[in-house]
Design a protein around this ligand. Sequence first.
Ligand SMILES: Cc1cc2nc3c(=O)[nH]c(=O)nc-3n(C[C@H](O)[C@H](O)[C@H](O)COP(=O)(O)OP(=O)(O)OC[C@H]3O[C@@H](n4cnc5c(N)ncnc54)[C@H](O)[C@@H]3O)c2cc1C
Length: 400
Amino acid sequence: MKVLVAGAGLAGLHAAWLLRRSGHEVTVCEARDRVGGRVWSERLPNGVCVERGGEFIFPSERVVLGLCARLGLPVIPHGLSFFRRNDPEGRAPTVEHLTGVLERLGRVMERTAGEPVSVAEAFEAALGPAYEEDPVFLRTATSTAADPGAVSAAAELGPEVAGRSSYIDHTYHVAGGNQQLATSLAADLDVRPECPVGAVDQTAGSVQLTLRDGSRLVADAAVVAVPFPLLLELDRGFSWPPAIERALGTLVMGTAVKASVPLVAGATPRGVQAQQRWWAWNSLAASNEQSAAAVTAFASTAPDVVRAQRDPWPARVQRLRPDLEVTGEAVVTDWEQEVWTGGAYTVPGVAWRPGDELAFNAPVGRVVLAGEHTSATYGTMEGALRTGKRAAKLVVACFG
Ligand SMILES: Cc1cc2nc3c(=O)[nH]c(=O)nc-3n(C[C@H](O)[C@H](O)[C@H](O)COP(=O)(O)OP(=O)(O)OC[C@H]3O[C@@H](n4cnc5c(N)ncnc54)[C@H](O)[C@@H]3O)c2cc1C
């Protein structure tokens, strides 16, 4: 069977890799000149590898960890707490504080089950008017990368409140860069870089992708794994079923800026959360003693606010992290400006309902959708990989 894949991020590459391994002829069309999409690793001038996009892998994320093992990619710990970040004075929320906040959120969510409640509304109901200063809210609002007033509390807080992730302090990353996941998957695949897809259409027996240069590719099935904003821009000769329209209609594309700055030397690994919805961390080096000589900041404040900052990133990070000595320029990635992504990652809006993602469990004619926005674990590498696996299974089951 001939299969076309649009998008060489983790979702598209995982689908392509699995289909190729089961003997199908696969061509991947990628708009950028590199694979990996939002997983993009880079070496700073001092040699330290940093992540411009997807960075933290959680111990519960079995698909990504399993794939690393299968591809022979060692993962190393960050050595800092993702969930219980220090404040600028060095205080970290206690487990008791975290548990107390989650219990109160849990009661609010029980009371409002089935209602369109936002993250901000749930925190306000649980903690009162000063909720914005609470470290659990600050961390959630930062990492959600979207307006907490527009994000579904059930989707965003549900798993943590249910106790599935609240005590995970340890996170991992691939030694030498997460992007190796993408380059390893792509190694034996027919990936065509700088080939943006402009349109997708189909007949009863075949599917056609039209590239933006006007050329056409025809196959038995297609996996469309481009980011949510780009999916909305694709020309289509057919409509989505109502369940997919609904699921896509509830999503919000978050925005984020990441900046990595070299350090004079490694230090104690730590993550520090600022009041203004950004945080900065220095992760444990592979040597397992001090951190690597780099600090990375993630800001999800409205990008125009971040762009209007007069202080360059090294000065901002230095002020938040007096325990570190920064040196040199920052490598900055403003994800809203990345034309082939159009934001950071999706978050379910308040209209989201549990099970919305099940809409993607069936092909639309000969087209299967994949990508983090079609997953139950939105905005993660794990989610993207899971949807790639689901897409490969669907293609084989329905057209193989
Ligand atoms: C700042 C930031 C921080 C993050 N932090 C984490 C984290 O700590 N942990 C975590 O698990 N996840 C994190 N993520 C999310 C994670 O990186 C993504 O969920 C995941 O990589 C998405 O994979 P994907 O394949 O769905 O999409 P993408 O990686 O975006 O891949 C889609 C591909 O499609 C290509 N494309 C776009 N349009 C077209 C077109 N018309 N034709 C052909 N190709 C096209 C793109 O160039 C891209 O290569 C982060 C993301 C960002 C941006």
